[in-house]
Design a protein around this ligand. Structure first.
Ligand code: ADP
Length: 166
């Protein structure tokens, strides 16, 4: 049985991430989305929020689950029995970072292979940080993030603006 992990911050999940999950899930028996626990001061959404937003958005994909992890991705992969790490590539931005990360992970875990997938052309300039940036400036993000993210995203942006004003 082939098990893979798709690690990331997913703050919040975008349609680019969903595209990668849909492609990866066709190539393995089970895919676990690993949402990395980092300080909530550095993310817009808490770990629990990032997990539930992702889980709701991939409810239509049967062989995918979502869970948190902390520390090294290779250790998280071992814990769930995964021998593949899935990463997504955007042609203009990700190659250098992703190849360095893949080679470092290989150095630590020779038995775990990183597989990089390309998202659809329409998602090639899409990132969580760009979504947050344009949403804060009032852009319509409906084609960029799953529908269940629209409301929490605009609420969080409104809340941040209110906090900054007071
Ligand atoms: P990070 O893991 O660096 O915190 P993210 O959580 O945003 O970044 O993304 C997780 C993975 O998904 C990374 O491999 C990233 O390159 C990939 N990814 C993010 N957005 C897209 C996209 N629009 N198309 C393809 N891959 C993407």
């Amino acid at each position: 049985m082939s098990i893979a992990i798709y690690p990331g911050t997913f703050d919040p999940v975008t349609n680019g991430h969903i595209d990668i999950v849909e492609r990866a899930s066709k190539t393995v028996d089970h895919l676990t989305v690993g949402v990395v626990e980092i300080s909530s001061k550095r993310t817009m959404f808490t770990i629990d929020e990032r997990i539930s937003l992702f889980a709701e958005a991939i409810i239509h994909v049967p062989n995918v689950s979502v869970q948190s992890y902390s520390g090294l991705t290779v250790n998280a992969a071992r814990e769930i029995g995964a021998d593949v790490i899935v990463r997504g590539l955007r042609i203009t931005s990700d190659f250098e970072y992703e190849s360095e990360m893949a080679l470092m992970n290989r150095r630590m875990a020779e038995d775990i292979e990183t597989i990089c997938l390309f998202s659809a052309l329409e998602y090639q300039i899409l990132s969580s940080s760009r979504v947050k940036e344009v949403a804060a400036l009032g852009a319509d993000v409906s084609g960029l993030v799953p529908q269940n993210v629209w409301e929490p995203l605009s609420e969080r942006i409104a809340q941040t603006k209110q906090d900054n004003a007071s």
